[in-house]
Each structure stands twice: as C-alpha cells, then as structure tokens.
Write a protein that binds this ligand. Structure first.
Ligand SMILES: NC(=O)c1ccc[n+]([C@@H]2O[C@H](COP(=O)([O-])OP(=O)(O)OC[C@H]3O[C@@H](n4cnc5c(N)ncnc54)[C@H](O)[C@@H]3O)[C@@H](O)[C@H]2O)c1
Length: 366
C-alpha cells in the first residue's frame, strides 16, 4: 500500500493499493473514534460495492446504513442533498457518526458537501471508484452541487479524514469512464511532471490492460501531483489554477454541446488547443502541441472535437466558444487568464487580450 500526505488544514492521508477496500472498516476503527457510518453512494455503485462495504462494516461490529441516489450528474443538486440529509436525520445520525463517500466524482462531491453542512459538519472519508475520482476529485477538498444556472455553483472546501483508493474498482469501470479520468492524468504530466508524461507515452494503450503495477504508478503519480498543488494553495488563490490547463477550452467545448460530451474528452481537446496557443502566443520554449497530440493519440484519446463520441455533425462557432470562455469562472476582473505550457512539465499564466489567435486555434481543433 502506498501512502501520500496532503498538507492542507487539517492534514490527511491517501492510501493507494489493490484490494484495500476490504480493510477500510478495520483501518477506520483503529484510527478514529466514531459511531455509525452513513455510506453515501449512487445506484450503480451501491449494487457493485455498496452492499458489500456495508457487510464489511457490520462484520467489524460497526453499524452502517446506505443512503443512495440515482447515478448521474443530474443528481448533483440540492434536492438530492436535502433528501439524503432528511433520511440521515430520521436514522438519527449525529456528530459522532461518519460519512463514507463511495463512488465517482458525483458521489464524492455530494457526500462531501452534505458532510460539510450536516449538523454544521460531520467527518467523512472518501472511497473513490472511478479513475477521475481517484486521481482528481477525491483529492483537494472541493465539494459541491450544481444549480440550474451552472455546474458546481454551491459548495465548500472540506477535507476528508482519509482517502482509500482501491485499484480493483477500475476493473468494472466502462472504457469511456477510464478515458475520462486518463485525460486528467495526462494533464498532470503536461503541467508538472515531464518524466511522468514520457512514462505515459511509453505506456501507450497498454494502460488499458489495467495491470496492477501500471494502475498504482499512474494513480500514485497523479495524486502526488494534485496533492502537491493543493497543499500549497488549498483555496485556489493562485497556484491551484494551473490545474485548469485544458479546461478553459474544454469547458467551452462542453458548453457548445450542452454538457452532452464527456468532460475528460473535452479536456483532452482543450489541452491540444491550449498547447497550440502556448506556441502562438510565443510562450512555449519547445514544440509542446505536437508532443501533447502524440501522447493523446498513443492513449487513444481525442485530439479534435470531431473525434469525441457524440460530437459529430454539429456546426461549431468559434465566436460562441470565445463568448463562453469569457463567461467562465476563470475570468477575473473582466480578463481571461489561461494556463499555457512553457515546456512539457512547466506552465505559466497568460492574460489573453487578443482573441484572434484563439479563434484560429479553435478552427484547428474542430
Ligand atoms: N471536487 C473536485 O475537485 C472535482 C474535480 C473534478 C471533477 N469533479 C466532479 O466529478 C464529477 C464527475 O465524476 P465521475 O466522472 O467520477 O462521474 P460519476 O460519479 O457520475 O461516475 C461515472 C459513472 O460511473 C459509475 N461508476 C462509478 N464507479 C464505478 C465502478 N467502479 N465500476 C463501474 N461503474 C462505476 C457511476 O455510477 C456513474 O454512472 C462531476 O460532477 C465533476 O464536477 C469534482
């Protein structure tokens, strides 16, 4: 089992290993003093792992109850949070009890948010089951839900007590969900870890064989990169924004398709566009875009919008994509700051004033 420390306030540890799922109840008992556990999960993960986890807790002498919600982003709203909270109240969950967030990023964001506001905050642990949740959303303490007006508009910063990453969960994950998470993995290579970038390049589609060594290494390096960033900037006042690499254009693509394209695949194309922009704006000290494109191709990830399943046929407008970039949360005092690559593994912030090159680059990735 590999252990990583996240130095936020409070600090916590992330455990990564094959089969660690089975030892969660005993590990929690040996570390924390708590009463019951509320396992918050979605309808798919409940069937796959939720009932099993409940049994493991009961075997360890811990009372556990499952609170589930229908799988999917459409559940990530205040109605779900209120309904889960009311079910927990009627089952008499109090401040001595613990929330276990079991599932992908949706379950993690909902459960973390609920834990942060239930009785003004009760402790929670994360058990992420998608690659995206394992390498990204379970680390860093961002929780929240969507509003009809936009994604993640209500939320808190709230750190878990501990994160348990079991690589075995990925064996049941659909290929598309693996690709979704892999795009974020590539991002860590681009922004922080040049050697990891080339490790991924050598690995190529062998990643999809999901061998134990490869999964542990990929997750460990990714979590290490994210933990490094969030330990230095917990509340996103500066450095943490480097994690937005690929996301400015990525979000514009998602908006164009009313969020009907997979997030990670939009980010993959976003990284191509932003790597190309690094060259156009004269920031890149080496050819970054071709390197990013080659890696994405090796990993069978899209490099153009037309490669994204579900994105065929729609005519895209560069003007409206630029408009949605300007409406992004990343616009500060009317200026759009994007993350560009100086080199593979090295970034800088860039304030965009001229949007003509942006439109040219967008045309290239259609
Ligand atoms: N808090 C953060 O810092 C942060 C960061 C990135 C993304 N997010 C959020 O994460 C969410 C996306 O997360 P996601 O991609 O994990 O989506 P998700 O939670 O909806 O999971 C994707 C699908 O996979 C299923 N699933 C989960 N684990 C499985 C397994 N082991 N085997 C088979 N199926 C499984 C789920 O039921 C779901 O249908 C978004 O809401 C996004 O805003 C949050």
């Amino acid at each position: 089992v590999k252990v990583l420390k996240v130095k936020t306030k409070p600090e916590y540890e992330i455990l990564i290993g094959k089969g660690i799922f089975k030892s969660i109840p005993e590990d929690m008992k040996s570390r924390f003093d708590f009463g019951k556990v509320a396992i918050i999960t979605d309808s798919n993960v409940r069937n796959l792992y939720g009932d099993e986890l409940k049994k493991l807790f009961e075997k360890a002498g811990v009372k556990a109850e499952i609170f589930d919600f229908p799988a999917g982003e459409q559940s990530k709203n205040t109605d779900t949070v209120v309904s889960l909270a009311r079910r927990m109240v009627s089952s008499r969950f109090d401040r001595k009890d613990i929330v276990v967030a079991l599932g992908g990023g949706v379950a993690g964001d909902i459960a973390g948010f609920l834990a942060s506001i239930y009785l003004r905050g009760i402790p929670f642990v994360q058990v992420p089951t998608t690659l995206l949740a394992q390498v990204d959303s379970s680390v860093g303490g961002k929780t929240g839900v969507d509003l009809p007006e936009g994604k993640n508009l209500l939320g808190t910063f709230y750190q878990p007590l501990r994160v348990y990453i079991d690589t075995d969960f990925l064996k049941t994950l659909p290929l598309l969900e693996l690709k979704n998470g892999l795009a974020e993995v590539v991002k860590y290579g681009c922004i922080l870890r040049r050697t990891f970038f080339y490790y991924l390049k050598r690995l190529g589609k062998k990643f999809y064989e999901l061998s134990e060594d490869v999964l542990t290494e990929v997750i460990f390096q990714s979590v290490k990169a994210k933990a490094w960033v969030v330990s230095r900037d917990e509340k996103e006042s500066g450095l943490r924004r480097i994690l937005n690499f690929g996301h400015t254009v990525g979000h514009a693509i998602e908006t164009e398709f009313d969020y009907r394209v997979p997030h990670g695949l939009a980010v993959a194309v976003g990284m191509v566009a932003e790597a190309r922009l690094s060259e156009t704006f004269g920031v890149a000290e080496e050819k970054v875009a071709d390197r990013v494109i080659n890696l994405l191709k090796e990993l069978e990830l899209p490099t153009k919008i037309s490669d994204i399943p579900g994105a065929k046929g729609k005519k895209l407008s560069e003007d409206s994509m630029v408009q949605s970039m300007l409406k992004d949360k990343k616009v500060w005092k009317g200026k759009l700051t994007i993350v560009l690559l100086k080199k593979i593994g090295k970034t800088c912030f860039y304030e965009v004033e001229d949007f003509v090159p942006v439109k040219e680059v967008l045309k290239e990735v259609v």
